[in-house]
Design a protein around this ligand. Structure first.
Ligand SMILES: *Cc1c(COP(=O)(O)O)cnc(C)c1O
Length: 386
């Protein structure tokens, strides 16, 4: 299916709503039936029915069709947050006594899910260095039901070989799931590489305007229907029609925004990589990246998020750099129009700072839609103050 068709036409039946170009926000919790027979049929098969907006909603449906097609998957479910799009499918697919093999250091709330919430239900997780596929294989147990990936992963962008892990899991009947937030559907398509479930935080690139929190998971009809009928309906993590509408609007410009963000990121990364106060940059599409070849093989491009290791001996230098930036907001999240900065040291106590630990000098940057020169002049003055 052509990208332009997906973003401009798919799922939209304009004749049903006055030929409006923009879809309606069907802000209704419930939908009426004419006969008991129709009502009964809807209750018996809510996955295929428009009954109640905790399940299906016509505005959300348009978004689901587009998101599934973007990943090349059968269906999508949209949630009220990215982390719900990870937690709820895992609760739906796993049982007491099951075991997960996960890539080390996924997104912070995913770590909490694996270390705190799932163990309360008898589900355990082994974390492995995902840069070597054999580490996943060696951690498998007879009760391993799921392999969890995040490639590139948060803050340090280590890659996993998606095709190789998919083959390993398929041969053993193990389900694979990935957090694909970093690349999004345009730059990495794990479902087409054999990964079963593709989650992403739609808060980031899909929304693109820093005004919605949402998440999506895509996969086969069978997997998505199982998640829908179980924990999606029971836990109630659905998105509102208004927020779904904002995500549809975000999708219209997704390719343009991604292109712009990527080209600016490459310019900014090249500037920083050559700067004497920067020890190294960590960015999957920079030639210095250890898995540069794999990045080019399984991703179409990369942009927006990267990290730098500052040449610093004191925490004060890290803080001066971040405090001096005028055009990068110091804030969580990413994927919006605005550039952002987070020092890794924000999550340690000041007295713990140790310059020998590279991660204490690690600073994550996100490049938004601003001009490259505008951002580079800001980075330049902040680095001069370090
Ligand atoms: C932001 C983020 C999430 C969580 O998404 P929310 O929409 O904030 O719930 C999950 N994974 C990654 C990699 C993220 O960056």
């Amino acid at each position: 299916m052509e990208l332009s068709y997906i973003l401009n036409e798919l799922g939209e039946d304009r004749a049903q709503y006055f030929n409006a170009i923009a879809p309606p926000i069907i802000q209704s919790s419930n939908f009426a039936f004419r006969t008991v027979a129709e009502f009964r049929a809807a209750l018996a098969d809510e996955y295929h029915a428009t009954l109640y907006s905790r399940g299906n909603n016509p505005t959300v449906d348009i978004l689901r069709k587009k998101l599934a097609a973007l990943d090349g998957a059968d269906d999508a479910l949209v949630f009220g947050s990215g982390i719900a799009a990870i937690s709820i499918p895992l609760l739906a697919l796993l049982q007491q006594g099951d075991h997960i093999v996960s890539v080390a250091r996924p997104y912070s709330w995913t770590i909490k899910l694996f270390e705190k919430l799932l163990p309360r239900f008898g589900i355990t997780t082994t974390f492995v260095d995902g840069t070597q596929t054999k580490n996943f294989e060696q951690a498998l147990r007879p009760n391993t039901k799921l392999i969890y990936l995040e490639s590139p992963n948060t803050f340090t962008y280590e890659l996993q070989d998606l095709g190789a892990v998919a083959t390993l899991a398929r041969n053993r009947g193990i389900v694979t799931m990935i957090d694909n937030s970093y690349s999004g559907p345009l730059y990495q398509q794990p479902y087409k590489m054999g990964i079963d479930l593709v989650a992403q935080s739609a808060t980031k690139f899909i929304s693109g305007h820093s005004d919605v929190v949402a998440g999506v998971v895509t996969g086969s009809r069978q997997h998505i229907q199982k998640i829908f009928e179980g924990e999606f309906l029971n836990i109630g993590g659905n998105i509102s029609p208004m927020n779904a509408w904002l995500l549809i609007r975000g999708l219209r410009t997704l390719p343009l925004r991604m292109e712009r963000i990527c080209s600016t990121t490459h310019t900014v990364v090249d500037y920083l990589a050559a700067h004497p106060k920067v020890e190294r940059v960590i960015f999957p599409f920079h030639p210095s990246f250890p898995k540069y070849e794999l990045a080019k093989k399984q991703m179409k491009n990369a942009g927006g998020l990267f990290s730098i290791v500052l040449r610093a001996t004191m925490l004060q230098q890290v803080e001066i750099f971040c405090n001096s930036l005028q055009r990068f907001f110091m804030a969580v999240s990413w994927g919006g129009h605005e550039s952002l900065v987070i020092p890794s040291a924000v999550s340690i106590r000041p007295e713990e700072f140790n310059p020998a630990e590279e991660r204490h000098r690690l600073i994550r940057l996100y490049v938004g839609l601003e001009d490259a020169d505008y951002l580079i002049s800001d980075l330049k003055q902040a680095l001069e103050r370090v």
